[in-house]
Design a protein around this ligand. Structure first.
Ligand code: XUL
Ligand code: CO
Length: 439
């Protein structure tokens, strides 16, 4: 039986680019074949639990604006968690998206002990199992909330108190067990509190070793239980802490190499986090692909003026085109997908706003994907880059990079041949104009 939360809203149909009804998909046609794959299988959209169903619309200056029925004060927390699950699956079904994502604490209330908290999470996972069976919905990833409770204020894995490390490990074990049980395609670690507020109270070197050991145990456990999803780290430079250890893709890669985990862990790149780190989204995507650790994305942008993580729905087609160009060049998603880690603005209080946000953003992302495909198929961008590096293909030049050369040999080559390199145009405006043919 329906909760009635979404009134008489019907599942969102694909109605084509000529549709003027904002509650239809105009570009996201899940069955359209794109580069030999259904669009749904390319994008692998996931709807997140936390921003949609747990955040009440508070900001530092004001209280809840959403006042959802399952958040009413004085209610039975487990009954509210069940109602929330009903509404969540109604929304997933209305949207017709294939995946969802959650933190353990999003889905069920924290108990007085970890045993009680785990029992609550596991009881809602039973509900999910049934609903996933009924609807065909899948889990893109699960994760543990190691940042909200005050016990984690000085970090989880990086806490100076080993008891907190141990507690976090036990919480993560249960979150991985639940993710495994629900056939999650990935498991995510976002270290919101794994960082510091001041170096004056922080042993940086020790904390990095703690984090390395924690992650190694996660990987060991994954193999032990036969979880074949990907372990993903989500980089973010700061917020909530002043400095976070998983600052950006490059930092995470260095960390993984140091602890021998670069073949075991990939990254979940969030557009807004890339911007906070002073990068473009496409930079982080391209770098992860170059380093062999590209995994998945959180698709939510920041406001470019406000300077913090505003988690807005992606609506900018050219930005999506550049992002998906990198993703397609990297071969697309394998276990990863496009998770909406996005929230409504706090004035968007109607249930229909939740639906509209995902639908509008899916269309912007689908247009971005199609533009990226056109950029690839046009071929002139790639041809320019191939030509720009073509000099490296001669055996003599290729040998430099394989180690078969020395500074003396190169010096001889310059002087012996009077080598005088001639600069060539980088043609940026030409390339940007090529992109604009398609967006
Ligand atoms: C926080 C953030 C998280 C992670 C999951 O900025 O992005 O929601 O995606 O913990
Ligand atoms: Co995120």
């Amino acid at each position: 039986m329906s909760t009635g939360f979404f009134g008489d809203l019907a599942p969102i149909p694909y109605a084509g680019p000529d549709s003027t009804d904002p509650l239809t998909y105009r570009h996201y046609d899940k069955d359209e074949m794109v580069l030999g794959k259904r669009m749904e299988d390319h994008l692998r959209f996931a709807v997140c639990y936390w921003h949609n169903f747990c955040w009440p619309g508070t900001d530092p200056f004001g209280g809840d604006t959403f006042q959802r029925i399952w958040m009413a004060a004085g209610g039975d927390p487990m009954a509210q968690a069940r109602l929330k699950a009903d509404v969540a699956f109604e929304m997933f079904t209305l949207l017709g998206m294939p995946f969802f994502t959650f933190h353990d604490r999003d889905i069920a209330p924290e108990g007085a002990t970890l045993a009680e908290s785990n029992a609550n999470v596991n009881a809602i996972a039973d509900v999910f199992e049934r609903k996933m069976d009924e609807t065909g919905l899948r889990l893109l990833w699960g994760t543990a909330n190691l940042f909200s409770n005050r016990r984690y204020m000085a970090g989880a894995a990086t806490n100076p108190d080993p008891d907190v490390f141990v507690y976090a490990a036990a919480q993560v074990k249960n979150a991985i067990d639940v993710t495994h049980r629900l056939n999650g395609a990935n498991y995510v670690l976002w270290g919101g509190r794994e960082g510091y507020e001041t170096l004056l109270n922080t042993d940086l070197s020790r904390e990095l070793d703690q984090l390395g050991r924690f992650l190694s145990m996660v990987v060991e456990y994954k193999h032990k239980i036969g979880f074949d999803g990907t372990i993903l780290i989500e980089p973010k430079p700061q917020e909530p802490t002043k400095h976070q250890y998983d600052y950006d893709v490059a930092t995470v890669y260095g960390f993984l190499r140091r602890y021998g985990l670069e073949d075991q862990v990939k990254v979940n790149i969030e557009q807004g986090h890339a911007v906070l780190a002073g990068h473009s989204f496409e930079h982080e995507l391209g770098l992860a692909a170059a380093l062999g650790i590209f995994g998945s994305i959180d698709i939510n942008r920041n406001d470019y003026q406000s300077g913090w993580d505003t988690d807005q729905f992606a609506m900018n087609v050219p930005e999506m085109a550049l992002a998906f160009y990198e993703i397609l060049k990297a071969g697309g998603f394998t276990t990863g997908g496009t998770n909406y880690d996005a929230k409504l603005r706090r004035q968007s209080i109607d249930p229909v706003d939740l639906i509209q946000a995902h639908v509008g953003s899916a269309d912007a992302i689908a247009r971005g994907l199609k533009a990226a495909v056109a950029m690839l198929e046009n071929g002139r961008l790639k041809a320019f880059v191939d030509d720009r590096y073509a000099g490296w293909n001669t055996p003599e030049n290729a040998a430099i990079l394989t180690g078969d050369s020395t500074l003396e040999a190169l010096s001889e080559r310059v002087h012996g041949r009077n080598l005088e390199p001639q600069p060539k145009s980088g043609r940026q405006e030409y390339l940007e104009s090529l992109v604009n043919l398609h967006v």
